[in-house]
Design a protein around this ligand. Structure first.
Ligand SMILES: CC(C)(COP(=O)(O)OP(=O)(O)OC[C@H]1O[C@@H](n2cnc3c(N)ncnc32)[C@H](O)[C@@H]1OP(=O)(O)O)[C@@H](O)C(=O)NCCC(=O)NCCS
Length: 170
């Protein structure tokens, strides 16, 4: 990550750029089951309704947002309250410089403050950068769901990774 880049909470004015970066990743076909497009008004509502347990962060490089990251509850079931799913999206032209690694490390550091003791990631097996990012941050592969969802009409597998961010409360 370039020394001038900083990670900060997302604000409403980031909605357009977050949507652009998200749609860029969706267009690549191996990042997510989500479908686009995500226009600014849709991302503004998404940002405004997340609350403290689902924070969103942006990587600011000069006057440009280079990537975004987020936590969201893994499940609505209260007994899984301490588990969050993470998301990291880096603009294509800002990848390969350690920014994804920095954003995931930041999420790991922030997660306990939002009430989480474990992070889970859902990564398509074809997503080599996503798997490398998780492995480099100390995530373990739990296993792979087969034909778990469809992207553009084709059934796809998804690999689950997990990492504790602090000891589970006893
Ligand atoms: C996955 C993603 C966030 C990685 O971001 P990035 O800034 O390019 O990653 P970094 O430069 O920080 O590299 C992180 C690790 O991934 C590895 N990596 C990066 N690109 C890679 C590639 N094309 N193939 C294999 N490994 C790769 C790096 O070597 C590094 O490994 P290390 O930590 O062991 O050194 C980025 O590719 C992306 O935004 N993809 C679309 C969204 C997505 O799939 N997100 C993941 C699921 S939430």
């Amino acid at each position: 990550m370039n020394p001038g880049t900083r990670i900060r909470p997302a604000v409403a004015a980031d909605a357009r750029r977050i949507g652009e970066i998200y749609d860029e990743g969706i267009g690549e076909g191996d990042s997510t089951f989500a479908t686009g497009p995500h226009p600014p008004h849709e991302r503004e509502t998404w940002l405004a309704t997340r609350g403290d347990r689902a924070p969103v962060f942006c990587a600011q490089g000069g006057d440009r947002v280079l990537g975004w990251s987020a936590l969201a509850p893994f499940s609505r079931r209260p007994w899984f309250d301490g588990v969050a799913e993470y998301t990291v999206y880096i603009a294509r032209d800002a990848r390969g410089t350690g920014l994804g690694r920095a954003m995931l490390a930041h999420l790991i550091g922030a997660a306990p403050g939002h009430g989480y003791w474990k992070l889970v990631g859902m990564i398509l097996p074809e997503n080599a950068p996503g798997l490398a990012l998780a492995a480099g941050a100390g995530f373990r592969v739990v296993g792979t769901y087969h034909d778990h969802g469809r992207i553009a009409g084709r059934w796809r597998d998804v690999t689950v990774v997990e990492r504790h961010v602090e000891a589970p409360p006893r």
